[in-house]
Design a protein around this ligand. Sequence first.
Ligand code: GLA
Length: 852
Amino acid sequence: MDMMKNKNTLLHLLVPVALLAAGAQAAPKKPVKVFILAGQSNMHGHGEIAKGEKGNLEWVVENKPAYKHLAGADGQWTVRNDVFVYSTDKNDKTRTGGLTAGFGALPTTIGPELQFGHAVGDFYDNDVLLIKAAWGGKSLAVDFCPPSAAGEAGYAHIPGAPKDTGFYYVQMLARVHDVLADIGTYVPGYEGQGYEIAGFGWHQGWNDRVSKPFNAAYERNMELFIRDVRRDLGTPNLPFVIATTGMRSMQAKDPRGDALIRAQQAMANVPDFNGNVAVVDTAAFWRDAADSPSKQNYHWNRNAESYLLIGQSMADALIALAQQNPSCAVRGAGKVPGLLAPTPPMGWNSWNAFEKEINEDIIRRTADLMVSTGLRDAGYDFLVIDDAWMANVRDEDGKLIADYEKFPRGMKAVGDYIHSKGLKYGIYQCRGHVTCQDLPGSFEHEEADMQSFADWGVDYIKLDSCYARKNGRLSSEDYAIYGAAIEKTGRPMILSISDFGQGAWIWGGKNYSQLWRTSGDIFPRINSVYRCAETSGGSGSSHPGFNGLWQFAGPGHWNDPDMLQVGNLKDPAYDKVHFSLWCVLAAPLMAGNDLRTMTDPTKQILLAPELIAVNQDPRGQQGYKVYNQDEIEIYNKPLSDGTTAVLLLNKGTNTTDVTVQWSQIGLSGEQPVRDLWERKELGTFTGSFTAEQLAQHGHRFVRVGTLGGAPLPGPVPTPPEKYTVMNKGTTRLADLYYVMKEGQAPTFDNGLRVKSESRVMYRLAGNADRFKASISLDAPSPDDAKGTFIVLVEDKFGGREIFKQEKMAKSDAPVEVDIDVSGLDFIMLEFTGKGAFGHWADARVESETAAD
Ligand code: GLA
């Protein structure tokens, strides 16, 4: 290794920032190289920094020229600004920062990380992150027990307590994945360059030496550990190095110490570990007690030089292995850093497959399957536990608790297990006093519940709205409370608004959440799929003038037409249309099928890489319709790479050709076309592309254009004056786009004609003073119909009624409405009554105060 290739990125050598800024634009950063350093006390690190006469770090730096780089001319320990450490001390207190002395088991000690970090940091141009996952006194046989060593099907239950088999295996991976999910926090200056897991270092042994059965099982356990870690990290040939345990002094008189070292050395001879697993013999790094700070044999007599040598040798071995193995896939690159949901969230949610019938075993098996089926590595990284996980009462302190029949180890242990699989943890709650399944809701427990979630390591909260109408708070007020409660926990958690599509896109959902429902619940029928898609991609929940809700979505905030029913529909062809629609709509992809019985065709659909790439395109442009007639739909989704994804769909019963003209998608002339399902080039087409003979539900999903060109223009957003009261005097609501609707679309004359149940929201933006209308039951109503007219502030869950006319009969004379709406941002006109039709005649607002 070339130690001279020093990047001079040590803090005390830093070039002044101003000088750099004057130069040319910096090249994009390379992915962060991530190394995991795991094991027990010796990996934690007991090399003394100052204690003792000889062999401490100060002594080493003074006496051994090879380690001069560890301190600056000023006598301070060097702090690197290109190598960063995540570590915990003996008391499990987190420590992070630029690599320096003091990341050992205590701030006064070092472990192998110090010289390891210098060596890899010097070798790679990339920024480096070291994740230390070490705990003293832990065995491979029990504490770090890999799932495959714990029985054919893995652990019998989720390891939830320190004494459970595999508890520290789970903790180790959970921490690694947590850190990687939030890499920008640990790597200052992170710019979304992504990361690659570059190597794993293991240094451990004492507790497996002292127990005879542990000792005998070590070789097998070590081999399974390497295989399981690679699987759970999604890194098949991850370079792996074992530094033999520190029992050199005892070897002669201790056959078990000897056996353990031999078991470690045997890893180099496992046939398929050849070239990707290395064992470094540490015997030569022994320093006698007389030359060391202490006589603590196993802890290398607390000699700093021993730890430096171990670190250097591990780095050398990993770098050598890395030369032979192509690096593991870069993850997270291109996404806008700092956003909780830079692209639409992907994952799995328990509701569609299991409804209330969930438990720890199902969740654990689903987590395992998300890894083994490849879903996780395709991007499905949230595992969301929906309604009915909680007990039907809170504990005596008012805290939410698990239904212990279903989740005997509680919700934190489930979360740790999910995290250990490289998945993120999602959970359900409701802002009503009870959930949609009548279990304890979060109303008036907001702070405590969000804190419980943070304590359990939750990453994603699905917040439902059943019974919220009783809260006496507007939806925007409710969500502001949750937003603040989440922020107070200090844990970044995605908030997913589940309100069946009540207009969060317009009333400011993006101030508190990353996604919001646009629809009612999805059911496993193709018509339900189409209905949900229409709420986001068409006029299902907004005025047709908007041409869908695309203008309200983008990196960080998404329209959610509900979770996937892929695998639950009658026909795989329906599953495919469903998936295509969700991909073109940049919808969150939350699988909702039972993974235990997933068929191969379903798996192929959920894993379709080129569709996922369209959905996850970092530009975040939601697809929109460029054609919509006679049950033929063509959607266009311009991508970040200069091409555009085009979905051609026939919903009608007649088989027909469907043609997209290049002029409809901002292109002209000859263009290459690629089929995203088939993953093959279809050739070059001039002026248009035709999907031939599409039967009902038939579709084609293609990518058009040349890769690498300038991004194609997106659609033009609807300007606010179309959907906002802006002018002084009278504004007829029939002349404005409503911003949200539920139920059938109104028809317009001088006012609105509606069919029960109907809800229509208008944006006043504080610019109106009075709302006026003349209300009556409309002609098509049956003679015995009764209709109720309500004007609400904002949406129906706000529940704040500013006008109510109950149970009007068809024969009743029209009632004049004339109410104060000053200062209101939104009003909703609600009309209910079985079979009834209503007329908001002459519906209008009047304004004295509007700007113009
Ligand atoms: C509502 C939601 C569903 C599901 C159930 C759970 O209906 O819309 O997605 O969460 O509640 O009770």
